[in-house]
Design a protein around this ligand. Structure first.
Ligand code: SAM
Length: 561
């Protein structure tokens, strides 16, 4: 869990004031929430559209605003990677007076700062849990769909890169190296990348806990980061990062994304010069001597702060707006995304009760059953699955989208009738969404890998029903060769009548048998005993119980023991 300490909230008051962050104290109050750290609550009824927090972009911790921004720029490190490296320098090198950000960062990284080279109780994503814990989670959604029990080569490569930069900056600029990045062996690896990542990982995981502490810091960042704009990309946003998650959100984080990528303004000279000049401008800024001495870097930073005395233009600040009326006393929630608990745990380190988006992966069980269908040989099955990946799945998606649209229209008509007013949601749809939600989803969309996507759709939903994709696949696999090659009836809505026809009845009945066989193969997960003293016992047990509940519901739905 990446929770802050309610008792230490005062620590960020000075930072909030100096950074000109506006918090509507008449409407908001901070409380300690059981198992969820600090949360923000409504002190009074809050009308829809009220702006409850405003934060200048200069007060957001980003790769562009941090003390080593010029060094990061020089190395082309931006976004979340930039934040990760910058946090190490703010917390462990500049710390205290020398870092404008220290009060805020030491508040959100309090637990991390308590850890040292000997600490074992680090806050880590499941891929870095003990093997015993990972064994318990084998076969869960986290394992099958998200591959979340594996360690990651990309974070390892980032660590190697950061160690090298740190040693280079020490040599060139006499900038001290954060303890977490001190590793001569890594610093001296060949530049050409001719090394075995697995070997390096083993070295890092055995030599001391620096690499794991590096991952811990990344995990905290991942649980708190917001997408800001084209210039800053991502940032840690004081106060805004104290709203807890719920899939039904009360607020939106709004930020003008379309700003100049060179200077961050919405209106500036860079936006009006031809591309080539633009590149020159960028190059000029990159060519500035990045090795100012440490005090100079900090002085520049403080001067930048000084300049912020001026009025903040509205495009230069982000806001939190209530998207509907919020009742007095209610906890105010943001949404980090529409995710099942496995994804919440992997990305943000927590699990919520009664999440309607929870699922149980059935890919492995489906695979076993599909290999053993009486009327189909291996190549028949292969042919159908390959048609499904290439064509069938997107046809079904279109069909499901059409059904969703129809249902939405019906709901809309119903609520219009009830309210007897016409409502317009266009404004809602125009908001710029927070990174925890949209950024991640877009990234996922971009990277959708056809080969894994279709497997991910084979699951039981939270109510223990088979996903529509699994149901349809079972129908496809239950067809005779003729039916499959000639009609593919199930994808032609005009032929729905045929579903009731004599020909299709045996297909559906066989499909149901297949489904039952798949569900019956899914075994309940073994729940660990508290006496086993597993460090992540609590979150792990929650995940396993959630999946077991779904499996039991499914067995009941399908009349299985
Ligand atoms: C952006 S912070 C939210 C503020 C946080 N509660 C704090 O004390 O600073 C995200 C972290 O809050 C916690 N959190 C957020 N929503 C939660 C929820 N619905 N249930 C449990 N923990 C939650 C998790 O530890 C998560 O990593």
């Amino acid at each position: 869990m990446s929770n802050t300490n309610f008792g230490k909230l005062d620590q960020i008051k000075k930072f909030v004031k100096e950074s000109k962050i506006f918090v509507n104290d008449d409407l908001l109050t901070f409380k300690n929430v059981n198992d969820a750290g600090v949360g923000i609550f409504a002190k009074e009824d809050i009308p829809e559209d009220t702006i409850i927090v405003k934060i200048p972009k200069t007060a957001i911790f980003t790769a562009k605003n941090c003390t080593i921004s010029n060094l990061l720029d020089d190395k082309d490190i931006d976004g979340i990677m930039g934040i990760h490296l910058a946090v190490l320098y703010e917390l462990f090198i500049f710390k205290g007076e020398k870092s404008h950000w220290f009060d805020y960062l030491s508040f959100i990284f309090e637990d991390v700062l308590k850890h040292n080279i000997e600490s074992k109780d680090l806050y880590l994503p499941p891929g870095y849990w003990s093997q015993q814990e990972k064994d318990y989670l084998k076969g869960t959604l986290m394992d099958v769909q998200y591959q979340g029990l594996k360690t990651h080569d990309d974070i390892l490569s980032v660590y190697i890169e950061f160690v090298r930069f740190a040693y280079e900056w020490k040599k060139d600029c006499d900038l001290d190296i954060p303890e977490i990045l001190q590793n001569e062996y890594i610093a001296n690896l060949p530049d050409d990348g001719d090394y075995d990542l697995k070997e390096i990982e083993t070295h890092l995981l055995t030599v001391n806990n620096s690499f794991l502490r590096f991952i811990e810091i990344g995990y905290v960042i991942s649980s708190r980061v917001f997408e800001i704009d084209y210039y800053h990309q991502f940032g840690l946003v004081c106060i805004v990062d104290l709203f807890n998650h719920n899939f039904n959100e009360d607020i939106h984080f709004e930020s003008e994304y379309e700003v100049c990528e060179v200077c961050g303004k919405t209106e500036c000279a860079h936006l009006h010069v031809p591309d080539s000049d633009d590149e020159d401008a960028e190059e000029d800024s990159n060519n500035e001597d990045s090795c100012e001495d440490e005090d100079e870097v900090i002085e520049d930073e403080l001067n930048d702060e000084g300049n912020n005395e001026n009025e903040v233009e509205s495009d230069d600040e982000c806001e939190i707006r209530a998207i509907h009326e919020i009742e007095k006393g209610k906890e105010i929630f943001n949404t980090y995304g529409q995710f099942p608990n496995s994804a919440l745990l992997l990305k943000y380190g927590f699990v919520i009760p009664n999440n309607p988006l929870d699922k149980v992966a059935l890919w492995n069980e489906f695979d076993q059953v599909a290999k053993d269908i009486d009327h189909l040989n291996d190549s028949d099955v292969e042919e159908r699955l390959s048609w499904w990946k290439q064509e069938g799945l997107s046809l079904l998606e279109e069909e499901l989208d059409a059904i969703d649209e129809l249902e939405e229209m019906e709901d809309q008509e119903l609520s219009d009738d009830e309210n007897n007013v016409s409502s317009d949601h266009s404004e809602d749809e125009e908001y710029e969404e927070d990174s925890l939600q949209e950024g991640d989803e877009e990234d996922e969309d971009d990277e959708v890998d056809k080969e894994t996507f279709w497997k991910d759709q084979i699951f039981l939903d939270a109510s223990g029903e088979a996903s529509p994709y699994l149901e349809r696949l079972c129908v496809i696999l239950s067809m005779s060769k003729d039916q499959f090659h000639t009609e593919k009836l199930q994808f032609n809505p005009e032929k729905l009548e045929d579903v009731k026809s004599n020909e299709i009845k045996p297909v559906l009945s066989l499909a149901l048998k297949l489904l039952k066989k798949i569900v019956s193969k899914k075994k309940l997960f073994r729940i660990p005993e508290e006496t086993e003293k597993l460090p992540n016992f609590s979150e792990m047990k929650k995940i396993l119980l959630i999946e077991n509940d779904i499996i039991l519901r499914a067995k009941e739905n399908f009349g299985l023991d």
